[in-house]
Design a protein around this ligand. Sequence first.
Ligand code: ZN
Length: 183
Amino acid sequence: MKAILVLAAVILLPAAAGPPAAVPRPGWSWPLSPKPAVLRAFDPPDKPWMSGHRGVDLGAMHDGAPVTSPASGTVSFVGMVVDRPVITIDHGGGLRSSFEPVESVLTAGEPVEQGQTIGTLQPGHCASLACVHWGVRRGDAYVNPLEFVTDLRPSILLPVSNAAAVSRTDPAGRADTAVLDDG
Ligand SMILES: [Zn+2]
């Protein structure tokens, strides 16, 4: 009998001690000001060798606009990648942001604060429009940068009896979801 109880405890332990699912928490700031339009959305390829869009393109007021760090971190790379200037910030926790085409006077190893200017936008990524390409990697996997500045999770989780009332009294819905302005 004792052996059975011990076995039960061992089987139940992993479920009881399991950590909550890692859900990205918004809290980063936009790397451009004012709040930019998303000119091209995140479109990761199915396979690493396929083409896709491993980040988002954010519309800037003009070329030369200041680009700011969306969260605190450490500069991990500044330099040319093929033909374009890139700066990468390591935010800790396996998360890194890269911005291009952005020229920076910072050097690898420098700490940066959230909102600190890290470089100036160069022309070229969005043809005639001024835009910055922002990529975020978690480890080696590209993730959607908008997860960190907008809340892409289901907006309201309510008991069914309350949900109907909310839908009647809140016809406007959420105004601040990710607007994919294709233009
Ligand atoms: Zn892009």
